[in-house]
Ligand binder design. Structure first.
Ligand code: DGP
Length: 115
C-alpha cells in the first residue's frame, strides 16, 4: 500500500469508486473518464507501479487479471462484438496513474493504430 497512490486508496476503500468485482488479489472498477461505453480498470491490490515492474512472482496475478477482464467483458455482452485490453507503461504511452492497471474498453468500434 502506497498512501500517495490513487489506486491503492481506491483498493483500500479510502477513495470511492464504482467497484465491479474483487477477487484473486484484484479489483475492477469503472474508469472515471470513460473512453468507451464500457471502460473498466483492473488493478492488483498490491502496489505495482507499472507493467515494467512485474516479475515471475506476478505471473498468476496477471493471468487472473486477464481472466477477470474477459469475465467482465462477457457479463457486459462484449464477447461477440469484441473489446480491447490496454496497458499503458510510462510517459510516452500516456500512463497517468503509477499503479499497474489493465483497461477494458468496449461497446464501440475501436481504431487502429491507437493515438
Ligand atoms: P492511464 O492513463 O493508463 O494511467 O489510465 C489511468 C486511468 O485512470 C484513466 O483512464 C482515468 C482513470 N482515473 C484517474 N483517476 C481516477 C479516479 O479517481 N477514479 C477512477 N475510477 N478512475 C480514475
Amino acid at each position: 500500500m502506497d498512501n500517495d497512490c490513487l489506486f491503492c486508496r481506491i483498493a483500500n476503500r479510502q477513495l470511492k469508486a464504482d467497484i465491479v468485482e474483487e477477487a484473486d488479489g484484484l479489483l475492477a472498477f469503472k474508469d472515471i473518464h470513460p473512453q468507451a461505453p464500457t471502460h473498466m480498470l483492473i488493478i492488483p491490490i498490491e502496489h505495482i507501479p507499472s507493467v515494467a515492474q512485474l516479475t515471475e512472482r506476478h505471473t498468476l496475478l496477471i493471468g487472473n487479471a486477464i481472466h477477470m477482464a474477459n469475465r467482465i467483458a462477457k457479463e457486459h455482452q462484449l464477447s461477440q462484438t469484441g473489446y480491447r485490453l490496454v496497458v499503458n507503461c510510462g510517459l510516452q504511452a500516456g500512463q497517468s496513474v503509477d499503479h499497474f492497471h489493465v483497461h477494458l474498453l468496449g461497446g464501440r468500434k475501436m481504431l487502429w493504430p491507437p493515438g
